[in-house]
Design a protein around this ligand. Structure first.
Ligand SMILES: [Zn+2]
Length: 283
């Protein structure tokens, strides 16, 4: 059984929805894209909190849930760990997108046993700069099962990638991997290409254009970018591993949105960004 909820709800409806969820014990796939208005009075704040607590506790009763998608869940900003605290299921897919969380909350969530056998992990648009060590542990725990990993637009830079590289190279089942929209230097990209070249199942890799392709003001320098692409092709040849990667010069959040849908990875830049993607292949 699947359920997708996409709407703006008043607190009272969230509470009703929570009670309904509690009855859907066979639910396997839950997509939540709910906006809850902020409270304008202390009474409403209390009512809002109660509704959210009700929602998280009912969600955690979904014993057969395999796929959880939380899209821009700003109402769960301070409560996400509560959702995971009493979760009693082992998720195959966990997708959390476009929301900022405190380090403490993400740390709690990443340590949850219910995300220790993931096939798909998508954290697109969630700033992860302060939790790279915790993310590394999460990748290590899921290294033997993880097939799709999306870390696009997570604010990652060279030091965080240094932390993640050993864990990434141990994800032996990985089929698709996105780092689109992060700020990485050519040197780090080079290390990444080398560390992922041992992953024989990896068929789709999406990387940001190296930082050196942009002026100090952040403007793309097309000639420099082309030079870097030539350099990347050379690196791929030196690694002697037939592969094809995609490099993106954009920072768009709609891009590559369908990468992990329907089991098979598909890359789909949004219409306005098609020209910002460059495919580099060697046989
Ligand atoms: Zn786009």
């Amino acid at each position: 059984m699947e359920l997708g909820i996409h709407c703006t709800l008043p607190f009272s409806t969230l509470r009703m929805l929570a009670n309904l969820l509690g009855m859907l014990s066979n639910l396997k796939r839950l997509v939540v894209c709910i906006k809850i208005p902020t409270a304008t009075t202390p009474e409403k704040a209390e009512w809002r909190l109660l509704s959210i607590n009700n929602f998280t506790s009912e969600c955690s009763q979904l014993l057969h849930l395999q796929e959880l998608y939380l899209e821009s869940p700003s109402f769960l900003k301070d409560h996400l760990h509560c959702l995971f605290r009493c979760f009693n299921t082992s998720l195959e897919v966990f997708s959390l997108t476009n929301c900022r969380f405190r380090k403490k909350i993400l740390t709690h969530v990443f340590q949850s046993p219910c995300i220790s056998q993931l096939k798909d992990l998508c954290l697109k648009g969630v700033p992860l700069t302060s939790v790279s060590k915790c993310l590394r542990s999460l990748l290590e725990v899921n290294a033997s099962t993880l097939q799709h990993l999306d870390l696009g637009l997570c604010g990652l830079q060279d030091p965080q990638l240094e932390v993640l590289l050993p864990a990434l190279s141990s994800c032996s089942q990985l089929r698709s991997f996105s780092l689109h929209g992060n700020r990485l230097s050519m040197a780090t990209l080079e290390k990444l290409l080398s560390c992922t070249s041992g992953l024989s199942r990896l068929k789709l890799e999406l990387y940001p254009a190296p930082l050196e392709s942009f002026s100090p003001q952040g403007v793309l320098q097309p000639a420099t970018f082309r030079l870097h692409c030539t350099h990347i092709i050379k690196i791929l040849k030196d690694l002697r591993h037939s592969r094809s990667i995609v490099v993106s010069t954009g920072q768009c959040s709609s891009c590559a949105e369908k990468m992990f849908r329907n089991g098979e990875p598909i890359i789909l830049p949004c219409k306005s960004c098609v020209r910002k993607f460059k495919k580099l292949s060697i046989d």
